[in-house]
Design a protein around this ligand. Structure first.
Ligand code: TYD
Length: 134
């Protein structure tokens, strides 16, 4: 998988006697403007199972852990989000599946655009065909 399709990001973590603080801000860590924030919780079954044509997302898991499976149509990679200071920037169109929920995870997603159903590809076969044509 080409390196610039996604990036695992170590977020800043400020620790003092009160605890920890992590953040993202527009600049070095986040290079797109956030138009939408959503969050996933009370996981019962695997989620995802789609790709986005244009959307960029920056994901972190602020409690528990989840596994993101990322697939470019040929290769698959797994990214474990198991700490609140780990971020995952999904830069390019990748098929993604969210699996392996541990300890009641809470996943926060920063998105570069508002919700648009026509940005989704919800069939893996369609995604592979779309990738090979693009
Ligand atoms: P879906 O994209 O299927 O969830 P996941 O990314 O985990 O696979 O979204 C589930 C439902 O929520 C779907 O009917 C669309 C709706 N939805 C919104 O209305 N706004 C949003 O920002 C998101 C992410 C989903």
């Amino acid at each position: 998988m080409i390196n610039n399709e996604y990036k695992e990001v170590q977020l800043p973590c400020f620790t003092d006697e009160r605890g920890n603080l992590s953040f993202v801000e527009l600049g070095q860590i986040l290079n797109f403007s956030i138009k939408r924030v959503y969050w996933l919780y009370d996981f019962k079954k695997d989620r995802g199972g789609h790709a986005h044509k244009n959307l960029q997302q920056f994901v972190f898991c602020i409690n528990g852990s989840v596994n993101f499976v990322l697939d470019d149509g040929v290769n698959r990679k797994s990214v474990l989000l198991d700490a609140p200071d780990k971020g995952l920037h999904i830069i390019k169109p990748l098929w993604r599946e969210i699996t392996n929920f541990q300890n009641n995870p809470k996943v926060v997603v920063l998105a570069s655009d508002i919700y648009k159903e026509d940005d989704y590809i919800r069939s893996y076969e369609e995604f592979k065909a779309w990738k090979s044509n693009s």
